[in-house]
Design a protein around this ligand. Structure first.
Ligand code: SAH
Ligand code: SF4
Ligand code: F3S
Length: 450
């Protein structure tokens, strides 16, 4: 049978959907290729969030399609957010592409591959207002961790963001489906789940919640997000729960209580701030002020003093002045982020801010980007250095990719730790190590400092 490989760009949702499409291909009898050169079928799962992400995917597709001259039977397909955004226009850019499948329909990939083998092109876009099926992927043998999508789409409509246009309306999966999926994952050996949603704390806010006086909804009930976390924690075999992305409005008393009381809830939260200037935040339509963001952070730190907070920041948003930028800089210092992803603003067609003048020059965006990267680099080093000599508990995840005689594991705060395994060590075992060396992205146990 022909073999396939995926190239996945963008966020974890795409990773999850590539897994789901891969499972369908395996079920249909295809095999996974060890590398791109040997693959008969190559599928690019694309991201639209910045123009650069689209350019990368288009460049890759162009190169892949060029190989079809020597290998006419090769199938090259596209899926994901850029496919959804471009629709049939993508065939103008890449005429020899075999198929293009939008978001929310990873189940169409396997049929499209089969059609392509018979020489037929497929173009399939989903209805972004319909209730979708969530993708459920397969579990790689011996895997420790899995993603589970609980909230699809997004209704926030931050003024710069393409995601609502390509991922559609916010829709919370019924709680019973999510719990059933995680029970299945746990039975297959998964011990850590990361729940996914664009603005995940909105889970259950817009779909019928459980109410004994209401007739059952055909799609099934949701339960409030903190209840869902508790229900996941109660599943035997699940040792750790992570979720992403957060929003300050979701840092409720109930969530704070869980950070204090639920040991399975990991002490790491990705809480994108985007800007430190309340003026810019309001033009971004983020729904919080600088002060509200910092207050949410203070509440989290009070509940879980060791919590690691990571973030996303956009520099060069339309109208961002030097003073606004300084506010971002000082907020990042005040917040003491463990890690930050810093992006240069990229106007996206059809969004509100794309109608505003993109008035911060490319040069200035790069400068601001570098200033924040340098600050964060220094901050990250100092935070890591403070862990030197500390004792950390990690859950073992398996042999390290770089050096198979060592194992890697992660702390609840999501730091990677390299350590020496002992006889009989198993994936998921809790290991306590003393940190002997720190590198920017990794901590090394005392016995692994060379
Ligand atoms: N749903 C997540 C973000 C998903 S997009 C959240 O709101 O928390 C991931 C990140 O890409 C965003 O947090 C933002 O920092 C960045 N981003 C989104 N649109 C962008 C644009 N038009 N230009 C530059 N960066 C952008
Ligand atoms: Fe985009 Fe805002 Fe939704 Fe995040 S919350 S996906 S930034 S619209
Ligand atoms: Fe990109 Fe789509 Fe995720 S636009 S960030 S892959 S939701």
């Amino acid at each position: 049978m022909p073999s396939f490989i995926f190239h996945t760009y963008g966020c974890q949702m795409n990773v999850r959907e590539s897994e789901a499409a891969a499972k369908a291909l395996l079920d249909a009898g295809f095999t996974a290729a060890p590398d791109e050169a040997s693959a008969d079928i190559i599928i690019v799962n694309s991201c639209s969030v910045r123009q650069k992400a689209e350019d990368k995917a288009l460049g890759k597709l162009g190169l892949l399609c060029a190989t079809k001259r020597e290998r006419p039977n090769r199938v090259v397909g596209l899926m994901g957010c850029m496919a959804q955004r471009l629709g049939k226009e993508v065939f103008k850019h890449i005429p020899t592409l075999d198929f293009s499948i939008g978001t929310r329909c990873a189940d169409r990939v396997a049929p499209a591959v089969m059609a392509a083998i018979h020489g037929e092109h497929t173009l399939a876009m989903s209805d972004l207002h319909a209730q979708p099926d969530a993708p459920t992927g397969h579990v790689t043998e011996g895997a420790f961790s899995a993603f589970v999508t609980i909230l699809l789409g997004c209704n926030r409509r931050c003024t710069y963001c393409i995601v609502p246009d390509v991922r559609g309306d916010e829709w919370s999966r019924p709680a019973r489906d999510i719990l059933k999926e995680i029970e299945g994952l746990a039975a297959a050996g998964i011990q850590e789940v990361t729940l996914l949603g664009q603005s995940i704390m909105n889970y259950g806010l817009r779909t019928p919640a459980f109410d004994e006086n209401e007739p059952p909804s055909p799609g099934g009930y949701t339960i409030p997000f903190p209840r869902l976390l508790e229900a996941v924690a109660a599943i035997p075999g699940i040792k750790r729960i992570r979720f992403t992305s957060g929003h300050p409005s979701g840092v409720t008393d109930e969530l704070i209580r869980l950070y204090k009381e639920e040991p399975k809830l990991c002490h790491h939260l990705h809480l994108p701030v985007q800007s430190g200037s309340t003026t810019v935040l309001s033009r971004m339509r983020r729904g919080y002020t600088r002060t509200q963001y910092l207050e949410a952070l203070a509440r989290l730190r009070q509940a879980a003093p060791d919590i690691a907070i990571t973030t996303d920041v956009i520099v060069g948003f339309p109208g961002e002045t030097e003073a606004d930028f300084e506010e971002t800089r000082t907020l990042m210092e005040a917040a003491q982020f463990d890690n930050a992803f810093i992006f240069k603003y990229s106007p996206r067609p059809g969004t509100v801010s794309a109608t505003w003048e993109d008035d911060v020059s490319e040069e200035e965006k790069s400068r601001r980007n570098h200033v924040l990267l340098d600050d964060q680099d220094a901050r990250g080093r100092a935070l890591n250095a403070s862990l030197l000599g500390s004792t950390q508990t990690v859950l073992a995840e398996g042999p390290s990719l770089r050096n198979a005689s060592r194992w890697s594991g992660r702390t609840s705060t999501n730091k990677i730790v390299i350590f020496k395994p002992y006889d009989g060590l198993q994936v998921g075992d809790s290991v306590t190590v003393k940190i002997g060396r720190v590198a920017p992205q990794t901590l090394y146990a005392e016995d692994c400092i060379d």
